[in-house]
Ligand binder design. Structure first.
Ligand code: ZN
Length: 695
């Protein structure tokens, strides 16, 4: 079968079709009867364009009931189910309903029923295909198998190795081929490679990795190989319409699209990205892969209407994508509503018990939040309270563990459950200052995602332009009531979740001592803290400062555009702050210094500085006149020991062809420089001044 192995590796849509043609010729050569009967049938099927509507969701996270979100009621599976059933009626033969994983974990429904309700909801609504998300392992692989045993839909994942768990292995299929109006469409499932660090409770289920596709790079793409192989396997069977259903995240989906061009569409999840328009990846031969994702929590139903030409290539112009918001305007289907009411009966007490009141929202809009968050700070404070008697000085909470936000108003037991839904516990342990630094370096390495730690008992600054492992500029912990630099040899008692402590998100504590595991669930500590703080209000960050070390140099170099961070920016203005101590403080854009985050304002945007009690000595100086302004106002005489700069401007990012809502318009940028010693600053300034005058 050398022909078969040759054609099993098409590299593009066009070669895919050549491969198909080759396969048909080959088949024809070996079967005279087939040769006689095939061409007419094929001609009929393949000359007509073919359309398929995929209705899809992802990351529902047990948000089975409608919920309050920024003052509006959204979501709810009885409404979503109604809409799905309605749309399916319009063209039932050509409609597929898909979910891209993480149906588990997020509300009291999951805490109580361990996934039973979510699987039953997908059954009731009539989903066709589903892929497993990382949170599906939150109650272990055995529980996952128990729950999915009741599924009436296809459970797809081609890169999970469940050999160690036969009861799960027999449920999972790598892919499924559906015949729709005589044409074959393959659905292939895949999970994020991050389960290796995200899901610690898999009961022996492993990620499949294959050959590295980029052997020399840090991400060698060995995780892509099993997915690529499965797509090539179905393509070799003659299927020319291939849809991935992935729980990998948008960035990984873009990699999959570019590495596996035979894929026509990717129904994505995991990154909770709301894509108002499909992301289109265009291949060398002009063919496309569409990537879609709906955000999370059943707020939207995705509707992807795909049109294929006679050879299975997507007609991009005819393809349509819509996100349909799930609002109270949509009726609730009675069978689903009744089911949820019955299951929700024992949870009523949680909904009705108010523990504390929030004066304002505590947001969980963490993406790109480079400083500490009010919500993360609150949770770390509650962990600190829990460990105070045990001598804890510093506590952490990773943002991936914070699953909801606090709305202004009553905080109920149910809300606390949703904020920290995990069946995790607190750990307290002694670690060295050196390990503390490694922990923070890991937190601020890479993008600010789920592994980023909010803190209590620490103040630190980091520079995300510096290389991974060397980003912490300074870190201060309290010693004898004073904020002092963390010493590598000193011992610090920390508290964090057992998830992070045992290696979740890649954290490592091999040398920890005096380890103490607590028995209560995490949210119990938050509950106790809120019970003793019946009124809370969000504070501005004063624990973690983000700095930009390349800023000062580029400012003084008279060649501002050379700084990567400020490419595509115009109208750049600089303010100068000074202080006698490093530390962290918040100022507002009007220059009002807040110090320890007391003030509040809706309009003024706070900036977190790497200085203690910063004083503003220069405001909104145009960047090109910066050196001259320093000279003219003799600002250098006002300098205390440390200096930080805040830069603002309008950001005009380059046009992106695969435009997602993230890149659409210009916005204000803000950046903070290093805290630099006055002497460094004066020297740099004089050097720059000399260079300017010499010209
Ligand atoms: Zn996920």
């Amino acid at each position: 079968m050398t022909e078969k192995s040759k054609i099993a590796k098409p590299t593009s849509k066009v070669s895919k079709n050549l491969a198909l043609a080759a396969l048909m010729t080959f088949t024809g050569l070996i079967g005279a009867l087939l040769l006689a009967s095939l061409p007419q049938a094929l001609a009929d099927k393949e000359t007509k364009p073919f359309s398929l509507t995929i209705l899809h969701t992802n990351d529902i996270h047990a948000h089975d009931q409608p919920f309050q979100d920024r003052g509006k009621i959204v979501g709810g599976m009885a409404r979503l189910g109604h809409l799905v059933r309605q749309l399916r009626k319009e063209n039932s033969a050509h409609t597929i309903v898909a979910d891209a994983g993480d149906i588990f974990q997020g509300t009291a429904f999951f805490t109580r029923y361990k996934g039973e309700v979510e699987v039953e909801l997908l059954n009731l609504i009539g989903y066709d295909v589903y892929t497993i998300g990382n949170h599906e392992f939150d109650e272990g692989g055995i529980n996952l198998a128990d729950q999915l045993a009741k599924a009436h839909f296809d459970v797809l994942s081609c890169n999970l190795d469940a050999t160690a768990l036969p009861q799960l292995k027999k449920i999972i299929k790598p892919s499924v081929i559906r015949t729709i109006s005589g044409q074959k469409v393959a659905f292939v499932g895949a999970i994020t490679p991050d389960i290796e660090t995200l899901s610690l409770n898999r009961d022996g289920v492993e990620l499949k990795r294959g050959r590295p596709l980029q052997p020399d790079s840090r991400d060698d793409l060995s995780w892509v190989s099993p997915i690529k192989d499965e797509v090539e396997r179905v393509a070799a069977e003659g299927v020319n319409k291939i849809v991935l259903v992935t729980h990998c995240g948008l960035e990984a989906d873009k990699i999959l699209a570019s590495q596996i061009p035979q894929v026509d569409a990717i129904i994505g999840g995991h990154s909770h990205t709301r894509l108002a328009a499909a992301v289109m990846v265009t291949h060398d031969d002009g063919s496309h892969t569409m990537i879609v994702q709906t955000g999370n929590y059943g707020r939207n139903l995705g509707k992807l209407h795909l049109v294929f030409d006679h050879s299975g290539v997507i007609n991009a112009a005819a393809t349509r994508y819509q996100l349909l918001p799930i609002t109270p305007a949509i009726p609730e289907d009675k069978d689903i509503k009744d089911y949820l009411e019955r299951k929700g009966e024992p949870l009523k007490n949680l909904r009705d018990t108010v523990v504390s009141v929030a004066s304002k929202d505590f947001d969980n809009n963490f993406r790109g939040m480079k400083t500490d968050s009010a919500l993360g700070d609150l949770i770390c404070d509650s962990f600190y309270e829990a460990g105070k008697a045990d001598g804890a000085q510093i506590t952490f909470e990773n943002r991936g563990g914070i699953r909801s936000r606090i709305e202004q108003g009553n905080i109920t037991l149910e809300k606390i459950e949703e904020l920290l839904p995990f069946e995790n516990h607190l750990v307290f342990a002694d670690i060295s200052g050196e390990r503390l630094k490694k922990t923070l370096e890991h937190s601020v390495g890479g993008s600010t995602g789920g592994k980023f730690l909010d803190v209590h008992g620490l103040k630190f600054a980091y520079d995300s332009d510096r290389k991974f492992g060397d980003r912490i500029v300074f870190m201060l912990a309290q010693k004898a009531g004073e904020w002092q630099e963390v010493s590598p040899a000193d011992t610090y008692r920390i508290g964090m979740t057992d998830y992070s402590f045992k290696g979740g998100e890649g954290y490592q504590f091999p040398d920890a001592k005096n380890i103490k595991f607590t028995e209560l669930k995490l949210n119990e500590y938050l509950k106790r803290y809120l019970q003793s703080h019946p009124h809370i209000k969000p504070k501005y960050g004063d624990r973690i400062a983000w700095v930009n070390g390349t800023l000062l140099q580029s400012l003084l170099s008279d060649d501002f555009s050379s700084s990567n961070s400020f490419n595509h920016c115009t109208n750049i203005k600089v303010s100068i702050y000074t202080a006698d101590k490093m530390g962290v403080s918040t100022v507002f854009s009007d220059g009002h210094v807040v110090g320890t985050s007391q003030g509040e304002s809706e309009k003024r945007k706070p900036i977190v500085l790497p200085l203690e009690n910063a004083e503003e000595i220069g405001k909104d100086i145009a960047a090109k006149h910066f050196a001259a302004a320093l000279r003219k106002n003799d600002l250098t005489k006002k300098l205390k020991k440390y200096v930080a700069l805040v830069v603002r401007g309008e950001n005009h990012p380059p046009h992106k062809t695969d435009a997602t809502p993230v890149y659409t318009s210009s916005k204000i940028i803000q950046a903070v420089s290093y805290p630099i010693l006055q002497t460094d600053f004066v020297n740099a300034f004089h050097t720059a001044g000399a260079a300017t005058s010499a010209r």
